[in-house]
Ligand binder design. Structure first.
Ligand SMILES: Nc1ncnc2c1ncn2[C@@H]1O[C@H](COP(=O)(O)OP(=O)(O)OP(=O)(O)O)[C@@H](O)[C@H]1O
Length: 271
């Protein structure tokens, strides 16, 4: 679905600072892909480029990023904006900097919808939103709240709901649980996994936490100093990490049980 081919990305024009250097990887359909790597290794930069958000001074210096969504012709990342929400959506870190503090949640949700979804009876749209939120275990009353009236975890869950409402083929979630307590983190991760299962789409989850990847990712992409240094099925990478950085990452984890039992424990721990 996404083909990243020898991509170099960075910031600035005259004094170009390289953030991602010659990265290649693919993202397939119906999978959960975990992206791990140390701070500053270029994870967010690569996600923003895949999403086609070049608003922060980000530049694609060389290489190509191509998306082929079901029933559509391949498109370049420079055109990705046209498919935001519909085919691809993004859950960034820090809900408070993303949600408009002056607008109630329902207005932000409706404004974020593609035009064809915004048309028609507002009450019908509202009912549809309420049903959708209830299906995600979110009380429809959040629609009438301003962001500051919600907890950090609730705001982040609202962002996940906004990103998934139209049913995109690909959801990019960039550290969606940063700065939240462990129980809330688990809840949000389970919400993302539940949505991925329900939609049968692809979830790309950026996280420092290799334990999280171990629990939910089918495949891993490891970044180190701007490069993609290792990719492969999660089980294989955990069993036989090839790159020295991956070996260090895995070596630093506490002893793990089987994936299945960990997920079961995660589910039990989540109210
Ligand atoms: N808007 C920007 N302008 C200039 N440089 C930037 C910008 N955003 C990121 N960088 C630089 O690009 C490099 C990669 O940053 P990036 O945020 O992609 O890494 P990351 O792996 O996501 O880090 P973290 O895990 O801390 O979020 C870093 O050196 C960072 O300082």
């Amino acid at each position: 679905m996404i083909e990243v081919d020898n991509v170099t990305l960075g910031y600035g024009s005259r004094n170009f600072i390289t953030a991602v250097d010659g990265a290649s990887m693919t993202i397939g359909r119906n999978e959960i892909v975990g992206v791990a790597g140390e701070s500053g290794s270029g994870k967010s930069t690569l996600m923003r480029a895949i999403y086609g958000d070049f608003s922060t001074g980000l530049r694609l210096r060389s290489g190509r990023i191509t998306a082929t969504f079901p029933d559509r012709a391949p498109i370049d990342c420079s055109e990705m904006r046209k498919t935001w929400w519909q085919d691809i959506s993004y859950v960034p870190q820090g809900s408070m900097s993303v949600l408009n503090p002056l607008m109630k949640v329902h207005k932000q949700l409706i404004d974020g919808l593609p035009k064809h979804k915004r048309k028609g009876d507002r009450r019908a749209i509202r009912r549809d939103l309420e049903t959708f939120l209830a299906g995600l275990d979110l009380d429809p009353s959040v629609l009438d709240a301003y962001p500051h009236q919600l907890s950090g975890g609730m705001r982040q869950r609202v962002l996940v709901a906004i990103a998934s409402y139209v049913g995109p083929h690909l959801i990019l979630a960039d550290e969606p649980t940063t700065a939240l307590d462990v129980v809330v983190q688990k809840r949000i991760l389970l919400m993302l996994v539940e949505i991925q299962r329900r939609l049968g789409n692809t979830l790309v989850l950026v996280s420092h936490d290799l334990g999280v990847h171990y629990q939910i990712a089918d495949r891993l992409i490891i970044m180190f100093k701007g490069e993609v240094v290792e990719t492969g099925p999660t089980d294989e990478i955990f069993a036989n990490p090839k790159h020295e950085y991956t070996q260090r990452l895995i070596g630093s984890l506490p002893r793990l049980g089987t994936r299945k039992s960990t997920v079961t424990a995660l589910r039990r721990a989540t109210p």
